[in-house]
Design a protein around this ligand. Structure first.
Ligand code: 2AM
Ligand code: CA
Ligand code: CA
Ligand code: CA
Length: 264
C-alpha cells in the first residue's frame, strides 16, 4: 500500500474504533427514534451523531475527499470522481434499537468509482472485517480464505422473508423454490454484516431487493477480495449512486442462483 492509502487506512481504522466506543457508550441512554420512508425505516440520534463524527474528522483531515452518508450530512454526489467515503454509521438500525447487537459500522473508500478500502465493524463482537484492493481481506487481522465452490443443496442463503411473500419488488414465486432447495436460510437484518458473513464463509449467499450504496460499498470491496461475486439480481454490476437489488455469492453458486431460479 502506498503512503497515501496507508494514511487514509490508519485514520479510517482509528475513527471506526472510536465510533464503536461512542456507540457502545449510548447503550445506557434513552434513544430518540424516528421513522423515515416507512414505519419500518428507522433512524436514531446515534445514527446521526456517528455520521457527523466521521464527516467532521474527514473534512478536517482530508479536505479534498467527499462523503456519501446515509443520514445526509455528507456531500450531494452525482459522480464518483476523486476519493469518496461511503458511510453507513449504523447498518442494522432496527437491531441496534431492539437488540443492541447485529449491527455494524460500514465504511467503503472509493477512488474514481473503484473500491479501494472496505471496513465492516461489528461493534458488539469487536470484529473488524477489513479489505484493501489487491491485498486481501482480513477479520481482526487474520486473512480470510478465498471462497470455494458450494452446491445449492449444501448452502446457507441469507434473505428476508419479505422477498418470498407478496411484495412490490419481486414475484414471491421466484425465490421460494431456492428457499426449498438450500440447506438453510437466515436473516440477520444488517446488509453489511451479511456481506461480511459471505466473505468469511459463514454464509454462502445473500439476496436482497433494495440496498443503497452505503449498505454495500464496504462489503463489495471485502467480497471481491476473497473471490466472491456481487451483482444485482439480474447479474449486472451495482450502481454506486442509486438503489439496487443485490446478489452476493460464492463464484459457482452465484451463477447457479441466477440461471436456475432468477432467469429460468
Ligand atoms: P439500515 O439499518 O442502515 O437502514 C435491513 O434488512 C437491511 O436493509 C439493513 O442493512 C438496512 O440498513 C437495509 N435497508 C436499506 N434500505 C432500507 C429501508 N428503506 N428500510 C429498512 N432497511 C433498509
Ligand atoms: Ca437506515
Ligand atoms: Ca444500511
Ligand atoms: Ca444505516
Amino acid at each position: 500500500m502506498n503512503e497515501k492509502w496507508k494514511k487514509i487506512d490508519q485514520y479510517a481504522q482509528q475513527w471506526i474504533k472510536e465510533a464503536g466506543i461512542r456507540i457502545k457508550d449510548t447503550f445506557q441512554q434513552q434513544l430518540t427514534i424516528q421513522t423515515k420512508s416507512s414505519r419500518t425505516d428507522l433512524v436514531t440520534n446515534v445514527d446521526r451523531e456517528i455520521e457527523q463524527f466521521f464527516i467532521e474528522n474527514i473534512r478536517k483531515t482530508f479536505p479534498q475527499h467527499r462523503v456519501l452518508g446515509e443520514e445526509g450530512f455528507g456531500d450531494c454526489l452525482t459522480a464518483l470522481e476523486g476519493v469518496v467515503w461511503i458511510i453507513d454509521p449504523i447498518d442494522g438500525t432496527m437491531n441496534f434499537i431492539h437488540q443492541q447487537r447485529n449491527f455494524a459500522i460500514s465504511v467503503g473508500i472509493y477512488e474514481d468509482g473503484v473500491g479501494m478500502l472496505g471496513y465492516i465493524y461489528d461493534v458488539v463482537h469487536d470484529e473488524l472485517y477489513y479489505a484493501h484492493k489487491g491485498t486481501g481481506a482480513f477479520l481482526n487481522g487474520i486473512p480470510l480464505s478465498p471462497l470455494a465452490a458450494t452446491s445449492i443443496s449444501e448452502s446457507i442463503v441469507s434473505l428476508n422473508a419479505t422477498w418470498v411473500t407478496k411484495n412490490k419488488r419481486i414475484d414471491a414465486n421466484v425465490l421460494a423454490p431456492l428457499v426449498k432447495d438450500v440447506r438453510g436460510t437466515r436473516s440477520y437484518g444488517s446488509a453489511a454484516l451479511e456481506m461480511a458473513y459471505v466473505a468469511s464463509g459463514r454464509l454462502d449467499a445473500y439476496i436482497t431487493m433494495r440496498l443503497s450504496p452505503w449498505d454495500f460499498a464496504a462489503g463489495l470491496v471485502l467480497v471481491h477480495e476473497v473471490g466472491g461475486i456481487v451483482t444485482n439480481l439480474y447479474g449486472e454490476p451495482l450502481n454506486l449512486l442509486g438503489e439496487n437489488s443485490v446478489l452476493v455469492a460464492k463464484p459457482g453458486l452465484h451463477e447457479e442462483i441466477l440461471n436456475k431460479y432468477v432467469r429460468k
